[in-house]
Write a protein that binds this ligand. Structure first.
Ligand code: 16G
Ligand code: MG
Length: 550
């Protein structure tokens, strides 16, 4: 089969995937995401872009994931994954947007020709794309559109079937490192489970098992995949019960369950009975986020979100590094503006670890975390992981340790390197990470929670006529535009003890988000709605004014 680009063939295929009229697509923080019925042409074109990216990168395998994460079932989306499992390089996001918006086959071909010329792509190079989808019903049709895009440019197709998003990131990195010194693992689903299971055992072996954990899988792909993972881990070291595992009934995916629901509603998901002081966790629809929680003895719901996980992980890793004798390895934590002020305070003042704040979106966190020897990054919403730099990995692998304490800590660090999915935040890998640390520390969720107390916080959405007029700076903590609005927000914030509030346009929904925190629940709610009202009044609010509280 010829590997070169045949523009006539592209036109023939493209005729079957006309761009819907009157819609404009944009490759944002989560790739393309919208109603599934609008996505056929977009995904067809993403196939073409994936193949071009592979050609550009010397025939490395590129990943494509079809999912809309925690969105409702009728939505879908698509993301491209670079060779080592990272998010697509930012410069190429623009090409994705240009391709998706080309209004006919001739324009499409011209955009492709431009990408080839500007990037000096050799059209005759081979290209390979590995792809997967979550459990959404529309995924079947959209995979076909993707395959047609790939065939239109004579790419090699590797269908990885139904998978979690982090499994697709994992396999992409495996393919591109196979047989090299940086080999990431076996490029199969089973290889993924084995890698995690072996590492988990190394950390918890010989320690008393924790009581059972219930995991809400959002009625999504995490349910069958967590069950599969559990098969590789003996029951004497992990007792897990999967709930909300119905991936066959229409309308159930993410419905009143899953990590996003639990985080935003601050309550247990539908279908979960949770006795006091027992821990549970929720995954999101594509299993790249996880949050923990428990009910206190008086019945109060307590969330252990991404900030709590980051604090738990950073504390554990710092302790191991100290005990290993490799104190020169530095650890840093990366958060976004959504991190609770108490968590930042705990990390910097109690753990004494440097904390950086970056804009929302995994690519920003990942990039910043790479600057440390060991970079722990988590968004409050439960997406996160830990990156061990190549040099820190080499030092940990090589070190022999002088004392039994050194040796034991080094063994645990080596296991952590394998346990943690370093390509992207991974709910299954993070679940095992948290379970391993809690087992090691013999902590109940309440003991974990005692590190610090979250400041009351509130997130409010404001619908405006044009969210693109909002421009932010300082890792989204300040508004540059609309002019004058930030000063007014500052005046409101000053009125509340420990008050903090910021406004940013969403990258995934047509809304503006307002976050507020303050010393009291009442103060925080009042601040959030006052800022939301201000945004509505001064920046083109439409529909109802946010007045739930005032
Ligand atoms: C996307 C991001 C997530 C972020 C969320 C914010 C990735 C893979 N995902 O889901 O990290 O928290 O967007 O959504 O980058 P928002 O812009 O609508 O608030
Ligand atoms: Mg997700």
């Amino acid at each position: 089969m010829s590997t070169t680009i045949d523009y006539g063939k592209i036109k023939q295929f493209a005729a079957r995937y006309p761009k819907p009229n009157g819609v404009s697509f944009s490759y944002g923080t989560a790739g393309f995401r919208t109603k599934a019925e609008l996505l056929d042409s977009v995904i067809f074109r993403v196939g073409i872009l994936g193949a071009l990216r592979s050609k550009k990168l010397d025939s490395k395998t590129i990943g494509v994931m079809i999912t809309a994460s925690h969105n409702p079932e009728e939505d879908n989306g698509v993301k491209l994954v670079d060779p080592y499992g990272e998010m697509l390089e930012q410069k190429w996001e623009i090409y994705a947007t240009q391709l998706a918006n080309a209004h006919n086959a001739d324009v499409l071909v011209n955009v492709i020709k431009d990408i080839v010329t500007v990037n000096d792509i050799d059209p005759t190079k081979e290209s390979t794309v590995v792809y997967a989808r979550d459990t959404r019903p529309s995924g079947v049709r959209l995979v076909e559109a993707l395959e047609h895009g790939l065939k239109a440019v004579n790419a090699n197709l590797v269908n990885f079937g139904i998978k979690t998003t982090p499994q697709l990131h994992y396999v992409t990195r495996c393919y591109n490192t196979l047989g090299t010194e940086a080999s990431y693992g076996e490029p199969t689903e089973e290889g993924y489970y084995k890698k995690l299971a072996i590492a988990y055992r190394k950390i918890v072996e010989g320690l008393p098992r924790l009581p059972k954990i219930k995991v809400d899988a959002a009625n999504g792909v995490g349910a069958p995949k967590l069950r599969e993972l559990a098969k590789f881990i003996d029951e004497d070291i992990l007792d897990v019960e999967v709930i909300n595992d119905d991936i066959d009934t229409r309308g159930k995916l993410n419905f009143q369950c899953g990590a996003d629901f639990v985080k935003t509603q601050q309550r247990v998901p539908l279908g979960l009975v949770l006795p006091a002081e027992q821990r549970a966790a929720s995954l999101d629809g594509d299993a790249d986020r996880i949050v923990y929680y428990y009910n206190d003895s008086d019945g109060t719901f307590k969330l252990l979100d991404g900030d709590k996980i980051a604090s738990l992980a950073a504390g554990f890793i710092m302790e191991l590094i100290k005990a290993s004798g490799l104190e020169e390895i530095n650890v840093g934590v990366v958060q976004t503006a959504y991190a609770n002020g108490s968590s930042t305070n705990y990390l910097t003042k109690v753990l004494g670890v440097p904390v950086s704040c970056v804009s929302t979106g995994v690519k920003h966190l990942h990039h910043e975390a790479e600057k440390y020897d060991v970079g722990v990054y988590f968004e409050a919403n439960g997406h996160g992981t830990v990156l061990f730099s190549p040099s820190s990995q080499a030092r940990i692998r090589k070190a022999e340790g002088k004392t039994p304490e050194n040796i034991s800590a080094l063994e645990k660090l080596r296991a952590l390197i394998d346990l943690i999915n370093q390509t992207v935040g991974d709910a299954l890998s993070d679940l095992l990470l948290v379970e391993a640390i809690l087992t090691y520390r013999r902590w109940t969720p309440k003991q974990w929670d005692q590190a610090y107390t979250d400041l009351p916080n509130r997130l409010v959405k404001v619908v405006v006529s044009n969210r693109h007029i909002f421009k932010t700076t300082d890792a989204e903590r300040k508004l540059l535009e609309p002019k004058g609005l930030q000063e007014k927000i500052d005046l409101l914030v000053q009125q509340y003890k420990d008050g903090r509030s910021f406004v940013r346009p969403s990258g995934t929904e047509d809304v503006v988000r307002v976050y507020a925190e303050a010393a009291t629940r009442h103060g925080c709610d009042e601040l959030a709605f006052k800022v939301a009202g201000l945004v509505y009044d001064e920046a083109g609010g439409i529909g109802g004014r946010p007045t739930e509280f005032l």
